[in-house]
Design a protein around this ligand. Structure first.
Ligand code: ADP
Ligand code: MG
Length: 399
């Protein structure tokens, strides 16, 4: 993989830097700013070399045109605070404001361009449309640095196409993420435990196929577990369920047995009458969820069992909260699991947390980033890597 260091002396050069600044916004207020903080070291590394750094990023899912609620303006302010120096904000991405700000740059300056996805070319499926937008981005700079790990699985203009138009290299964040993923895939230290949870069931089922080849223990919680319980013939009430995936899951269960991979499912769950913190809730056996209730967390017995598996592992990858942790009554399972990862880390295990909500969960529950070996900034990207897929934003950096 080509890196920043392959780009030579960057002093006085205009560097287009793709970062991942896709943070949760409540109005104009930033929630977890983890991704902004993670972007800072590469920006500093470039400005300290005297480069002129043009940061580009997306926020949310605007539909190819400007939409105020997705403006990166609040991010520019937060980025300036974290850098301890000013950040000029261009109110468009490649038009007048961007050109004006970029022209006025001096060595060591930082400009943040407005949301890339305010331009239809960014995410277009049409190669020519993407290419045209990538040309406009490329016009602003001398070289391109790819540091938005959260988007490297996307074939998008600012991730894939622009790298073909400028000398390019991976930033430190992308390099570090890839190094960790290599450790998870190439000969991981055993026992290797993978914990999956969260809400995006079908997104995450795909990775199991490949993990059955490398992991020793697969621990399943969160919303996806109910498709597993249903596959075992249990009633899951009003819990999240993907009926069309039940057969696939049955296949995984059989495959796991053949391959000697231990699949650990909860034996108890916290079942509530509705998706609300105030709802009536109780701990029930996982094979006896009442038909009018939904499972919103793993139960205490399961949390303990999951934690034991994690603590005795030498390598742990965790993606997806164990329950609807945003609501206090359903946070205990996620908290206990996070605590087990911390203990595993202290015991010398490699522990990796992936996924935006999982990262937010561990921070919200009071853990520090340094409690784990690595908190990935890219949930989807790390899952696709572990799935064995080719990531366009990484392969384009190979040559
Ligand atoms: P990540 O961003 O870490 O990849 P996901 O986006 O897949 O994770 O899922 C996170 C969401 O899953 C959280 O908002 C959480 O409330 C929800 N969740 C976890 N367990 C359940 C459950 N049993 N039922 C409904 N939602 C759940
Ligand atoms: Mg998520």
């Amino acid at each position: 993989m080509r890196t920043i260091d392959d780009l030579g002396d960057l002093s006085g050069k205009k560097v287009l830097l793709r970062s991942d600044l896709n943070v949760p916004l409540d109005g104009k207020k930033i929630g977890d700013d983890g991704r902004i903080r993670a972007s800072v070291p590469t920006i500093k590394k470039l400005t300290e070399q005297g480069a002129q750094v043009i940061v580009c990023a997306h926020l949310g899912r605007p539909k190819g045109e400007p939409e105020d609620k997705y403006s990166l303006a609040p991010v520019a302010e937060r980025l300036a605070e974290l850098l301890g120096s000013s950040v000029e904000f261009a109110t468009d991405t490649v038009q007048e404001s961007a050109k004006e700000k970029v022209d006025a740059m001096k060595d060591g300056d930082v400009v943040l361009l407005e949301n890339l996805r305010f331009n239809a070319g960014e995410t277009s499926k049409n190669d020519a449309e993407r290419g045209k937008f990538a040309d406009e981005l490329a016009c602003l700079a001398d070289v391109f640095v790819s540091d938005g790990f959260g988007v490297v699985h996307r074939k998008q203009a600012s991730v894939y196409d622009v790298a073909q138009k400028l000398p390019h290299g991976a930033g430190d964040l992308v390099q570090n993420e890839v190094k960790v993923l290599e450790r998870l895939t190439k000969d991981p230290e055993k026992p290797y435990a993978v914990v999956l949870g969260g809400a995006k069931v079908s997104d995450k089922l795909g990775v199991i196929d490949n993990l059955l080849k490398t992991a020793d223990i697969l621990v399943i919680g969160g919303g996806m577990v109910f498709t597993f319980l249903a596959a075992q013939g249990h009633e899951v009430g009003k819990s999240l369920l993907e009926k069309d995936q039940i057969d696939t899951v049955k296949g995984y269960l059989e495959q796991a047995q053949k391959d000697g991979v231990e699949i650990v499912l909860p034996t108890d769950v916290v079942a509530a009458t509705e998706f609300s913190a105030d709802a009536d809730h109780e701990v029930v056996a996982a094979d006896a969820i009442p038909s009018d209730r939904m499972g919103l967390d793993i139960g205490p017995e399961s949390a303990k069992a999951f934690a034991e598996k994690v603590k005795s592992a030498k390598t742990v990858f965790w993606n997806g909260p164990m329950g609807a942790f945003e609501m206090e009554p359903y946070a205990a399972g996620t908290k206990e699991l996070a605590g087990a990862l911390v203990e595993a880390t202290e015991n010398g295990a490699l522990t990796v947390v992936g996924g935006g909500d999982s990262a937010a969960a561990v921070r919200q529950l009071g853990f520090e980033d340094s409690d784990f070996t690595h908190i990935s900034t890219g949930g989807g990207a790390s899952l696709e890597y572990l799935e064995g897929k080719e990531l366009p934003g990484l392969s384009v950096l190979e040559s």
